[in-house]
Design a protein around this ligand. Structure first.
Ligand code: PMP
Length: 416
């Protein structure tokens, strides 16, 4: 097989790559090719420097201290909230709740928003594409309340079946919870249209934006999302920090998720008055460094521009799809018309785990498995896929290294 010509692009890939120190190493004697970005993305020097600065200059607990370091830490933590608000175009800073990640955000909505509002036989609507973190919290809730989980079907290409959505959306539906971008297949779901439809029936919508925020410009007001969740570590920020956006009126009507310090305004043994928004939902010492590091990551992404990142990644996705389809015995899984950042595939010759083990020997990091989407794998009739996932620092040379490794898989495993 001949290698394809590199993409023609004005995007300064070399400059981007230089900003990520972890990429400049060898793995098994080969230059590292990191294509596991949907699991977690690497961190630019700006984020690493920001964390280093925070812990070496400003570290203190927030909100409670009057000393200088506490004031600095509080100012930086609250500035991070403003940064997130601007990044996702929320109306108000009160609508930005810092959480551990997408998983915690969804659990928060399940327990604080939906649980008190559910009756037996009410329905929660999700799609077949969902990550376990947008399935299991609703199942727990169904067990707690007697409500039912309903699942929108998908096509073989991995697109949400809109007719199935129309059929299932009904008077019993109390929430629609849907991913913006599928982590297993890369499908970009038409969430704006789905939100509009759900709202015509008075159904609020939670969008799992974990895989969207690194690749697409997100405007929660334009989408009219009621809840929008994402994780810092997938958008070049630290682990252990994420965001729940929720419309203020919804947050105001919700009970706290956890009790503890910072979420109160007055406590007696008889009674507690809760703090104002958003602190009511941030019990305990938050991930201060994480929030500040996330703000640095969002600054970094904005400086490049999500439009430039999306255009680059889209070009790379096309290049990668073409290149992979030329590998003998390889089948792409997930061929939706609108996709972001993901190349999932299987090979006749080898199991996905064998593929990724061989690739690792070439310094190429991909993921193999069910990608926390076991029900989706069942729907597709597959135990697992191999998944290469893209970030702003990947280029055609990374795809070429992937393809070279896959050719080795063909040689090693031969025809089956
Ligand atoms: N939803 C999607 C679509 C994801 O890709 C992920 C992470 N793989 C999650 C939710 C969960 O994110 P986290 O583990 O950061 O909470």
């Amino acid at each position: 097989m001949t290698m394809l010509e590199p993409c023609q692009t004005s995007y300064d890939l070399a400059a981007r790559r230089a900003e990520f120190p972890i990429l400049h190493q060898q793995v098994h004697g080969r230059p590292l090719v990191y294509l596991d970005n949907a699991a977690t993305s690497q961190k630019p020097q700006a984020v690493i420097d920001c964390l280093q600065h925070y812990y070496s200059q400003d570290n203190a607990n927030v909100h409670r201290g009057v000393h200088c370091l506490s004031e600095r830490a509080t100012a930086a933590y609250e500035a991070a909230r403003d940064r997130v608000r601007a990044f996702i175009h929320a109306d108000r800073r009160e609508e930005i709740v810092f959480v551990r990640g997408t998983t915690e955000a969804i659990n928060l909505v399940a327990q604080s928003y939906l649980r008190p509002r559910l009756q037996p036989d009410d329905e929660i609507l999700i799609s077949t594409l969902e990550h376990h973190s947008n399935i299991v919290p609703w199942q727990i809730l169904c067990r707690q309340t007697g409500a039912r989980l309903r699942v929108i079907e998908i096509s073989d290409a991995g697109e949400i079946d809109q007719a199935s959505f129309q059929r299932l959306l009904g008077p019993r539906t109390k929430l629609l919870a849907v991913g913006h971008v599928s982590n297993a297949l890369g499908t970009i779901n038409p969430v704006a249209e789905m939100i509009e439809q759900a709202h015509t029936q008075g159904v609020p919508v939670l969008v799992d934006g974990a895989q969207a925020v690194p690749h697409l410009a997100v405007d929660v007001q334009q989408l009219d999302a009621d809840f929008y969740a994402f994780s810092g570590h997938k958008v070049y920020g630290p682990t252990g920090i994420g965001v729940l956006y929720a419309k203020q009126a919804l947050l105001e009507a919700m009970e706290p998720y956890q009790g503890g310090g910072d979420m109160i305004s007055k406590v007696t043994f008889e009674h507690t008055d809760y703090n104002q928004l958003p602190y009511r939902f941030e019990a305990g010492t938050p991930n201060i460094a994480g929030a500040i590091g996330l703000a640095a990551a969002l600054d970094y992404v904005d400086a490049i521009g999500l439009a430039a990142i999306a255009a680059h990644e889209q070009q790379l996705l096309e290049y990668g799809s073409d290149a992979l389809q030329r590998v003998p015995g390889l089948r792409l899984i997930g061929t939706a018309r609108q996709k972001a950042g993901i190349l999932s595939f299987v090979m006749e010759q080898a199991h996905p785990h064998d593929i990724s083990t061989v690739l690792d020997q070439f310094g190429v990091a991909i993921r193999a498995g069910h990608h926390c989407t076991m029900p989706l794998m069942q729907r597709l009739g597959l135990p697992a896929t191999a998944r290469a996932s893209l970030a702003l620092y990947n280029g055609p040379d990374d795809i070429d290294a992937l393809v070279a490794g896959l050719q080795q898989v063909c040689r090693l495993f031969g025809d089956r």
